[in-house]
Design a binder for this molecule. Structure first.
Ligand code: TPP
Ligand code: MG
Length: 568
């Protein structure tokens, strides 16, 4: 009998499942299988210097590959560090397979150093969490975890691997995990009903999320939206679910306030929701959001999200790609010439309004050009002239995000990844993960100064593994999103405008990201005036390896007030 122990068998299992990276941060209780990694050069360890970064880099990689992605974390303190990032991955439905060590089952009665109820820690922030308790089920549990992570609705899973389990002889056969297909389609009668409901309105609206991208349903969704002549809105989305340039695509319903999205949601007399839920906000509306009498059809593989918060007239638990393809056929067959003409008119009007809005924004940008402190639009205008069309962007620019898609064109799935899930710090690690998944395409990551500081040591990992991504820090010396949100808070409560809380100000001391990057092994430059923009971009593009641009931008900052004692 083979004397191979579990610590080798698990690595062979990961390779059998096509996993070629382990994103991690090590500890003593993982030493057995990390030591074994040396025997498997096809499974590369990406060393990150904090567990959050391991998770967020893997998240970027998983988003770009849509494959189960392996993360290794340390036991109780390591798992503790990942909670926010796991939450982010769970809300974003990222198929992360997180493994963590534990000293051993034999120590469980001792409440020893670093002991903790690891599975209980992980449960609320994962799709599934378990500890392996018998060496004969080591690979069985791992395969179960991989299957759960990768089956829609996908999500992170956690498996605790006690050292005495991974040190025991392995008796299981390594074989690829069986992944069930979810290419399901409702029966004809239900699809007929969906078509009938959708054709029975004059103002159709479509809401989409990343379930479209995961199903590969962009073309089918676009066909349905065009047939209906419907506005298309993103809700809880970070992927390219429809070309961002499409005339019907209107952007996001927003992630903060229900009173922002309600005027949109209440426009339609028929609504089609696909691959998302209604609606993903921090402060959602508590009452109804759809127009009285409006009909709603919801298609998703995620039964939990259908009719979660608002009633649905027809909910279909099915694959978006197959279902939308069939729906497009049925709509095409059933539409009268008059309905086609009305839909075409709507499409033309919606597209024209979108074009006019964009022109107005470009004009506003022109007025800001050449100003110091810089405006982000000036940087993006120049960047658009220097980047190759196949460039991929990871966007955590937050309040500076809109000019990114105003100047760069994202039409294809996998070309643009927007932060999702609410946890700051994904910009730099996310871009590293996306670059590892796309070694032959340029990758640029954008983040705020605030966001960057949660995970800045990810730059070291980029340097260590020579991950040739480029990073832009939108350095406005503030938590500007918080300033915008507190402005809304004042307005809602009739509080007169006043200085922003100083806890939203990052201006004192100033953070020099270029110096910080260099100290972590990443070449960098700082841009403060218009004439420096073009050479900085050219330098970043030409540099063979990771490069960071510290872009100093306007912001509402009050260094003079930091430290003022307010009469105390
Ligand atoms: C882990 C985490 N901590 C705190 C927050 C709260 N938060 C939301 S936006 C924000 C400010 C972000 O600032 P920055 O990245 O500089 O972008 P800007 O708002 O300036 O565009 C903060 C602190 C969060 N979302 N996640
Ligand atoms: Mg900022």
């Amino acid at each position: 009998m083979s004397q191979k122990t579990g610590r080798f068998a698990i690595l062979e299992q990961f390779l059998a499942d096509g996993m070629h990276y382990m994103f991690g941060n090590p500890g003593t209780v993982e030493q057995g299988f990390l030591d074994a990694l040396g025997s498997y050069p096809n499974l590369k360890y990406i060393l990150t210097l904090q567990e959050t970064i391991a998770l967020m880099t893997a998240d970027g990689y998983a988003r770009a590959t849509q494959r189960p992605t392996l993360v290794q974390i340390h036991s109780t303190p390591g798992l503790g560090n990942t909670i926010g990032a796991l939450y982010q991955a769970m809300r974003g439905h990222s198929p992360l397979v997180v493994i963590g060590g534990d000293a051993g089952l034999r120590f469980q009665g001792l409440d020893a150093q670093m002991a903790g109820d690891l599975v209980a820690f992980a449960k609320p922030v994962t799709k599934w969490a378990a500890m392996v308790k018998d060496p004969r089920s080591l690979l069985r549990v791992l395969r179960q975890a991989i299957k759960i992570a990768a089956t829609p609705p996908m999500g992170p899973v956690y498996v605790c691997l006690p050292e005495d389990i991974t040190d025991a002889p392995s008796v299981e056969t390594v074989r690829p995990t069986s992944l069930p297909s979810t290419r399901t389609i409702p029966d004809e009668g239900l699809l007929e009903k969906a078509a009938e409901l959708l054709l029975n309105g004059n103002k159709p609206m479509v809401y989409i999320g990343d379930g479209i991208a995961y199903s590969g349903a962009q073309a089918e969704l676009t066909a349905v939206a065009e047939l209906l002549g419907a506005e298309v809105w993103s809700a809880d989305a970070g992927e390219v679910n429809i070309s961002l340039e499409h005339p019907l695509y209107q952007g996001s319903t927003g992630h903060m306030f229900g009173y922002h999205s309600k005027p949109i949601a209440s426009k339609g007399d028929v609504n089609l929701v696909c691959g998302t839920y209604i609606l993903p906000e921090v402060f959602p509306e508590l009452g109804d959001i759809f127009a009285p009498g409006a009909k709603t059809v919801h298609i998703d593989l995620n039964a939990y999200e259908i009719a979660k918060n608002h009633p649905v007239d027809l909910g279909l638990v099915s694959d978006p790609k197959l279902t939308l393809a069939k729906l497009a056929d049925l709509l095409g067959q059933r539409m009268t010439p008059e309905q086609r003409q009305q839909a075409a008119q709507r499409l033309a009007q919606i597209g024209k309004a979108k074009q006019e809005k964009k022109q107005a924004q470009l004009e506003q940008d022109r007025a800001l050009k050449g100003k110091v402190p810089l405006h982000f639009s000036s940087f993006m205008e120049e960047l658009a002239t220097q980047l190759l069309p196949e460039t991929i962007v990871f966007d955590e620019a937050l309040t500076n995000s809109p000019p990114i898609s105003r100047y760069l064109s994202f039409t294809e799935p996998g070309s643009y990844f927007l932060t999702r899930g609410g946890s700051l710090g994904v910009g730099i690690p996310g871009a590293i993960g996306v670059k590892l998944a796309n070694p032959n395409r340029p990758v640029w990551g954008f983040t705020g100064d605030g966001g960057a500081m949660y995970t800045i040591q990810a730059l070291w990992s980029a340097a260590r593994h020579n991950v040739d991504a480029k990073f832009v820090i939108c350095n406005n010396s503030s938590y500007r999103l918080l300033q915008l949100n507190v402005s809304a808070y004042w307005q809602e409560r009739d509080i007169p405008r006043h200085d922003f809380p100083l806890s939203f100000d990052l201006s004192k001391p100033t953070i020099n990201f270029a110096q910080l990057a260099r100290s972590l092994g990443v070449e960098a430059c700082r841009v403060e005036v218009p004439k420096d923009i073009a050479p900085a971009i050219a330098k970043a593009v030409a540099h063979p390896g990771p490069f960071l641009i510290d872009l100093v931008l306007e912001g509402d900052v009050h260094p003079e007030l930091v430290g003022v004692r307010c009469g105390q």
